[in-house]
Design a protein around this ligand. Structure first.
Ligand code: FES
Length: 571
């Protein structure tokens, strides 16, 4: 292939004053002159932050990437971008996903970068970086930070999904404060992101199945030395990708998205996957809709026995053969000719994979569970869709009609959920409004709301819960999420009243409010949008521009790409 002029030569290849300026200040870091000529500049986009504990080992990982880049003849330069720590950021990390993507997009375009490695880990750090990079479309390789080792507590393995159980046990008085505190350290005992198939691991798997990461990117534990070796190899490979001119758009085809959706189903991945994948597709220009998720995953059983749908952890997938072993089981469905960042097709990436533990990765013919994937519901409560994860739900609740117990917003829920006089029983349906993209704002992970204390006291652990919010990827239960349009913009969810009957029928993909159109029209006339109280700054911009959940909740003005060209040049 004919060698192309490097993009970075627009900076470092210049003569006269301009070239002097671009090179001279870089030289204050001790770089000798020869590095500025004909060496692919590899940007290492780092989401390291001590406020993002899942990514706190990324300085070490970046050093391993640099070794690989140097070895391959590139020139690595690391840069920071906004980092979103899921468990630390208030009011919710999702509020800032699009902001971080803008930081990434503009940082890549504005600098002398020929190819970029995205260091991602905690939930939102993956989609925000990929979305931003898609809008520039340079050669790009994604390196995930890897999952934590499973926790150990009182003789058994634990992970983030156990947090919900501990919280209920503590509320019921079955766990002491001392035990609760001891479990904190026992759960998060190593570097890396959450150990179950939560959103971070779902995103890392998405990267591998889209073809954006090297083989085993999804599952090598963060603490395993092979994660650093993978980082080194990623550094080598991105230099080759610059020489081969392989761009994101060469890899992110419709087929790649379909592969990611099908594998996510077999893994029991997070419902957040839908929102993020839709947003990524919108940036790279692939036509993808929420209905594709149901259509493509309907044929696929659950193969991975990992939390929150099963009992094991993401590290166990690695020991059992990794994602390639799981993909072997469903290769008759996958698009195996898809190109990946390895320079090979998906077929070549997985051809030698073997499964070493059928307790963790089941066969397609004898799956772990028959139900998987994402059910996309429609009905008068969600004309544009709502989602439910069947593998994490209670089978007997999948077809159920019950009376609504309504909470107008999250504060109302917190105030009344444990009120002994709350008119609720185990057949009721808990309805939470105003936790959607605009309504909260930022669409927090509160959809799997904790059950009322008096229901928990009866030994009941699941009820139908519906909302326009999201749920943590580590959460579980019969939880309907992402109702669109959301209540804050006048979706029918806004008009549900206590005692209304609601039917959930997952086999029919139906979510129906049993209130006549005439009555709904009357209720609509009295509708007053809630006062959001944000009249300046980023949050105001968010509310004005965020799209609905079924569109990926990106900003309307960020869809698509602007390419890598810098239109004005001040030097
Ligand atoms: Fe970072 Fe779970 S809090 S991945």
């Amino acid at each position: 292939m004919e060698e192309q002029k490097l993009r970075s030569s627009e900076w470092f290849g210049r003569t006269g004053k301009d070239g002097f300026i671009y090179r001279a200040w870089m030289k204050n870091q001790g770089f000798p002159n020869h590095l500025f000529k004909d060496k692919p500049v590899i940007g290492i986009c780092n989401t390291y932050s001590e406020f993002t504990p899942c990514n706190a080992h990324f300085r070490e990982l970046a050093e391993s990437v640099k070794r690989g880049v140097w070895e391959a003849g590139g020139f690595p330069l690391e840069f920071p971008v906004m980092s979103l720590g899921e468990c630390q950021i208030k009011p919710t990390a999702m509020l800032f996903r699009n902001l971080a993507s803008m930081d990434v997009e503009e940082s890549i375009r504005a600098n002398s970068i020929d190819g970029v490695i995205l260091l991602c880990g905690c939930d939102k750090t993956t989609p925000s970086l990929v979305m931003g990079a898609c809008s520039v479309n340079l050669p790009t390789l994604v390196l995930s930070g890897g999952p934590m080792l499973a926790g150990r507590f009182q003789g058994r393995k634990i992970g983030t999904s156990d947090l919900w159980r501990f919280a209920e046990d503590f509320k019921k008085g079955n766990m002491t404060q001392e035990e609760f505190t001891a479990a904190e350290a026992a759960m998060a005992r190593s570097q890396g992101h959450c150990a179950p198939m939560g959103t971070a691991s779902t995103m890392a798997a998405m990267i591998e199945t889209l073809g954006l990461g090297l083989t085993d990117n999804a599952s090598i534990p963060a603490a395993d030395s092979r994660r650093k070796a993978l980082a080194h190899l990623a550094g080598i490979r991105i230099v080759e990708m610059v020489h081969e001119q392989v761009k994101l758009s060469d890899i992110l085809t419709r087929q790649a998205f379909e592969n990611a959706i099908m594998v996510n189903a077999a893994l029991g991945g997070s419902t957040n996957f839908i929102i993020h994948l839709l947003a990524i597709a919108g940036r790279i220009g692939v036509d993808l809709t929420i209905d594709d998720f149901d259509k493509l995953s309907a044929q696929i059983p659950l193969l991975a026995n990992v939390q929150p749908s099963g009992e094991h952890f993401v590290e166990d997938i690695f020991y059992a053969g990794g994602l390639p072993a799981l993909m072997q089981e469903m290769k008759h469905l996958l698009h195996l000719d898809s190109l990946t960042v390895t320079g090979k097709t998906m077929r070549e990436n997985i051809e030698n994979a073997q499964c070493y533990d059928r307790n963790v990765i089941a066969t397609f013919d004898k799956p772990f569970k028959p139900e998987s994937g994402i059910a996309v519901l429609k009905g008068n409560l969600c004309p544009n869709g709502a989602v439910l994860k069947p593998s994490a739900a209670t089978p007997k609740l999948m077809q159920h009609t019950g009376k609504a117990v309504v909470f107008e917003d999250i504060d109302d829920y917190k105030k009344r959920i444990d009120d002994p006089n709350l008119d609720v029983d185990a057949t009721s349906i808990l309805v939470l409004k105003n936790v959607g993209p605009k309504g909260y704002p930022g669409m927090p992970e509160v959809g799997n709301m904790q059950l009322p204390a008096k229901i928990l006291a009866q030994g009941i652990s699941d009820m139908i819960r519906i909302s326009d919010g999201r749920m943590s990827g580590t959460g579980f239960g019969t939880v309907v999420l992402h109702i669109s349009p959301e209540s804050a913009v006048g979706g029918n969810l806004a008009f549900v009243q206590n005692g209304d009957l609601i039917t959930l029928d997952v086999p029919k993909r139906l979510l129906q409010l049993h209130v006549s159109d005439e009555e709904l029209a009357l209720r609509k006339e009295k509708f007053k949008p809630i006062a959001l109280g944000y009249d300046r700054g980023y949050t105001k911009m968010f509310i004005n521009h965020v799209m609905q959940a079924h569109e990926g909740a990106d900003f309307d003005f960020l869809r698509g790409a602007s390419g890598s060209e810098v239109k004005r040049d001040s030097h």
